[in-house]
Design a binder for this molecule. Structure first.
Ligand SMILES: Nc1ncnc2c1ncn2[C@@H]1O[C@H](COP(=O)(O)OP(=O)(O)OP(=O)(O)O)[C@@H](O)[C@H]1O
Length: 299
């Protein structure tokens, strides 16, 4: 007779600040829906930005089989970077504003359904990336999306509508800057509005910057958008939300495992929507299958 397997350790790292205000009580949901025959849970709350990385490392060292980020892409980023080179897998309970990586991996946005995925775990490995040494798992970017991440970081408002309002406000004063992108032996010099690096296909909220991106293929999808006017920006926005950006004449795509950018002036940049500062020189790199995840769309 085969013995039932003992439950394995699952550490849930909860960011109380992520997402729009909601009345959902995640500890109660975990208590009610997590299968205790599969998982022995531990719940910890982050106390400040950056805390989730240390908590994830501690959980991995303590033998957690999975470390679940309960939050948005910022929290996922912090947890995932703590799990690189460990034997713990990343899980996600999407509770952020955008939830780009969770959406890409097919994790349901309804938390009870996301818990069902955790109850019947299926594991796989995904690529990870870095921009100037800052890890990212979903998208990184320089230019307008870098600026938006910087303004959003200072805003107390969360949710899609505040995000769109902010984009419209900032677009009016944004100046595209000259830069040279070195990719696959080519040098492309222009005034770029956005230089986006996609490991996953979307920024979050189903805004698809690289609809064809495959997170397990060992390649980054680079999307370059040159200086645009208002009408073109609206077209791009429509392309993002309808998965049609890849066929737009306004966007140029390259697949590669490394890319360099040299800008004439310092530019804002982000990793998974988290603002990482300004720089003139950038190195973006992909690390194949470097993170184990618990998700339906990987194997
Ligand atoms: N206890 C905390 N207090 C304040 N900020 C925190 C705390 N824990 C984490 N953070 C920060 O909260 C920020 C937002 O988190 P997160 O990205 O998960 O949510 P979001 O922005 O609503 O979602 P998304 O990135 O999917 O749009 C991150 O920058 C993270 O570092």
């Amino acid at each position: 007779m085969t013995q039932p397997q003992a439950p394995e350790k699952a550490c849930f790292i909860l960011n109380p600040k992520s997402g729009a205000q909601s009345s959902i009580n995640v500890p109660e949901l975990i208590e009610a829906y997590l299968d205790r025959t599969v998982w022995e849970p531990e719940l910890v709350f982050t106390e400040h930005a950056g805390h989730a990385t240390a908590l994830a490392k501690e959980a991995a060292e303590a033998g957690a089989r999975i470390v679940v980020a309960v939050g948005g892409d910022g929290t996922v980023n912090e947890v995932a970077r703590g799990l690189l080179n460990t034997s713990s897998a990343l899980g996600i309970l999407p509770k952020g504003s955008g939830n780009g990586l969770a959406r890409h991996l097919g994790i349901p946005m309804v938390l009870t359904q996301a818990l069902e995925i955790i109850n019947q775990p299926s594991f796989g490995r995904i690529d990870s990336c870095s921009i100037n040494g800052h890890p990212f798992f979903c998208t990184g970017g320089i230019g307008f999306d870098g600026l938006i991440s910087s303004v959003f970081a200072q805003s107390t408002k969360r949710g899609l509508s505040s995000y769109i309002q902010l984009i419209i406000r900032e677009f009016r004063s944004f100046q595209s800057s000259g830069a040279t992108v070195r990719v696959n032996g080519k040098e492309l010099t222009s005034d770029f509005f956005v230089m986006a690096f996609a490991n996953a296909s979307q920024y979050g909220n189903n805004a698809f910057i690289a609809p064809m991106a495959n997170i397990q293929d060992g390649f980054l999808d680079v999307c370059l958008i040159r200086k645009v006017g208002v009408a073109e920006a609206i077209q791009l926005g429509y392309g993002l939300m309808t998965k049609q950006i890849a066929t737009s004449s306004l966007a140029e795509f390259h697949t590669c495992s490394t890319v360099q950018v040299n800008s004439e002036v310092p530019q804002h940049f982000h990793a998974d929507g988290e603002y990482r500062g300004q720089a003139t020189d950038f190195e973006v790199q992909l690390y194949p299958l470097s993170l184990e995840v618990l998700a339906p769309l990987v194997n």
